[in-house]
Write a protein of this length. Sequence first.
Length: 142
Amino acid sequence: MKLLKTILDIPANPTGLCALSINHSNSYVAYPGSLTTGEIVLYDGHSLKTVCTIAAHEGTLAAITFNASGTKLASASEKGTVIRVFSAPEGQKLYEFRRGMKRYVTISSLVFSMDSQFLCASSNTETVHIFKLEHLTNRCQA
């Protein structure tokens, strides 16, 4: 193994939160861009440069993950009520899911299904949430 790059001058990351895309064509690294907000930095592993910064959440990040093709990035904040999915590398918000409204939880894991049709979130509660990623279409009735 050979060290390619050390990313310097990043904010403190006490939990070591980061995500690596496993797809060779879309080789990205995502990590927190702020200690106080849910900003995500998307870094290109091929060009060794920052691609974009995503303002994902108001609160700090608890979890981030890529789908298998490296084209989607999911994130959850420490409050654990909102989970968002963004396009990679553009950083455009594609989906937003509400996990619950009554109490805050700690999301410990986010994972996409292999076909990216589902996103699973687990937390420190007795529940696991599975979300279907589908676009809702507006249908006009005649």
